[in-house]
Structure formats: structure tokens, C-alpha cells
Ligand binder design. Sequence first.
Ligand code: GLV
Ligand code: MN
Ligand code: MN
Length: 410
Amino acid sequence: MNAASIVVDEKRLWDDLMALAQFGAREDGGVCRHALSPEDIAARAWLIEKARERGYGVVADDAANLFITRPGRDGALPPVLAGSHMDSQPAGGKFDGAYGVLAAFEALRALDDAGIETERPVTAVAWTNEEGGRFHVPCTGSRAFVTGKVPEPGQIGEDGIALADALRATLDAAPDVERIAPGFPIHAYVEPHIEQGPILESEGLPIGVVTGIQGVRWFNVTVTGEPGHAGTVPQAIRRDALQAALRAIQSLNGLMEDFDDIVRFTVGHVSVVPNSPNTIPSSVTFSIDFRHPARDVLDARAARVADLIAEAVKPCAAEVALTTSMQPVAFPDAVTGAITKAAGAAGLKHCALASGAFHDAAHIAAVCPSGMIFIPCRGGLSHHPDEWAEPADCAAGARVLANALVQLAT
Ligand code: GLV
Ligand code: MN
Ligand code: MN
């Protein structure tokens, strides 16, 4: 059987996407499935059961990454991996991450249905805490896989629970899944994902061959002022932490100004203490998400963030911590070529494009040739309950994936 003839089951994949979206379903049609939450644990149990029904091997590592393996002819060879993450944004959608995991799972089943044997094993993977919505250091699972240890296990999540405890609870919930240490040799990695931008939809293209991922810096900023009564303390002597944070964000807007509109700068998380209408804010914490495809631009602007904030918040004080740093990644021809060839074999129009969002592939690229397949999403919208991808596009991406996996695993 020729790899070009692999047919994925569009309805089976779609039904799985809709079923997974029930774990953490929001009333507005979106999904809130925080990493390692009860909803995530239930979703994992659902997927583990489906994998076992198919006879695939299932193992988990200390970071609760889940690996579902279809054997190859030579079990001693490092496998080819494909997948993404199952955690969502707090007000997220049904596709970001979930699509990549289920497209990979569908690709395994499509290989079975087509009777295709690969030389190497092919493994579908669900990485832990890619989004960083609950535990604010993102890509926990893929980082652990690359470094061999869980990053910042002591970090406290949005709900006051430590990452190490949430990991333990998740792993304990599936005691019959074999446990391994993070990291093992892999031959190649492919991550299917919705584009999260408007290009494929506006160009009418079902497939994007991803050339690379821009770099990211995340900072956590805590501004400390002085509390007081809103009706009595004169403006002139106040140390209002929220006003100071606003000045800091204004100066950051200046720092991040970019005539070419390539810099991406977002303050998306703010918390105010005590958060009361008639008390002067005593402390404010805010996040900085800053991205660019060029490392020198990232480094140069990131180096100025702390000083600029310290100046802007006076007479308040600020602590600035760099919490995440991901370098820009360019995917190698070995993987982009296999994806391009797979799209051609399936008769699917495609284009090359770069990823503005980060992905687990940015980390896995450090240990093996990696790449990504994008499919269109409606209006380019993501990180939102209305996130949407068409069933036919979901199937097209899984078909390209299955074909690329056969090339890479044979
Ligand atoms: C991933 O979700 C990102 O923020 O790019
Ligand atoms: Mn994602
Ligand atoms: Mn995301």
C-alpha cells in the first residue's frame, strides 16, 4: 500500500474532537481545560482507553506527558513522534492543542486501516501544560522531555496548587500506565495545529507547511506601592501601585514600538491587591509577552525591560522576573520537505508560513528534526471559545500528517 493512498476517517476524527471538547466544556461553547486539572485527568483517561482499545502501548513520563505508540518493524529504532497538547486557555477553544493530539491519534489509526507497516514505531504524544494558563511557565512537558527534568516543580498554579502536586495527582489517577523518566531518543517530531492566524483561510489553502517559530520572552512584574483610603490620602503623596503599573506599561509600549509591525507585545494578565474600589492599590502584578523572529531584537529589547520599569514606577518599586525565554526556531528541510511532499501527494494546496504562536515543537526541535503542519481556523481566531476549524480541513491535516509520518518512519 502506497503512503499517498492513506485515507483518514473525517467523521471519526471530528467525533473525537467534539468528545474531547466535552472535558472542560464552557457554556459559551469554548473549553477551559487547565493542565493537570480534573478535566484534563478525565480527558487523559478517555484517550488512554481509546488507545488501549486499539492495542497501542501507552506510557507516561514524570512530566505526565502521554505517549501512545503504534509499533514499527524494528522496535529498537527511535520512534517518530507527532502530537501537541491537551490543556487549553481558561477561555479557550476546541482545537488549539487538542487538534494536534487527535490528528496524531487518527494518523495511527489511518495507518492501521491502510495496512501500512513502518520501519520505526510511530508515537502520538500529548505534552503537559503547553499553554501556561494554570502554571504560568508554559511547555512544561516538552521542556521536561528535552532537559530530562520537570522545570520549576515548585511553581504555584492559579489555584494555589504546586505543579509537583498536580503532576502527582495526574499520574496517580492512571496507576496502570507505565511510568518512564522524561526524554528518550526520537527520530523526528511533527506537530499539527490550527494556524491561529488568518493567512490560510484568506488564501483559501488547506495546509500550511511551517518554516519556524518566532522567539518569546515572558516577564512577571510586581509593582509595590502603599495602600490607603481612596477618599483621604492626597494624590501628591500616594504610592499607587496600579497607576505606577500603568506608567510602566506605557513606557513598554514605547520600547516595543516597531515601524514594521513585527514585534508582538502583550500585557494579558494583571492582578491588583487588594482590588477594592475605595482602597489605593498596594501591589500589582502583570505579565509581559514579547515576541519577535530575530534573536538579536529579542535580546536587545528584553535587556531594557527591567530598567525601564524601575524608572517608570517611581516612587513605587518593581520586581521584574524573566519567566520564559524561547529562542526562534527554523525547522529543517528534512521535515518541511516531508510535509510538502505529503501535501502534494494528497493533492492539497499549501504554502510555507512561519508561526507567531509558540508550540511544543519549539522545544522538541532541540533534540530531533521537527516541523509543524497548520490547518486554517475561522477568522484566524484562537485562544477564544469561538475558535473553529472545518471538519474537512481537520481531516486534510491528519492525512498530510499520516503521509509525512510514513516517510519519516520508513
Ligand atoms: C501558545 O499558546 C502561545 O501563546 O503562543
Ligand atoms: Mn497550542
Ligand atoms: Mn495556545
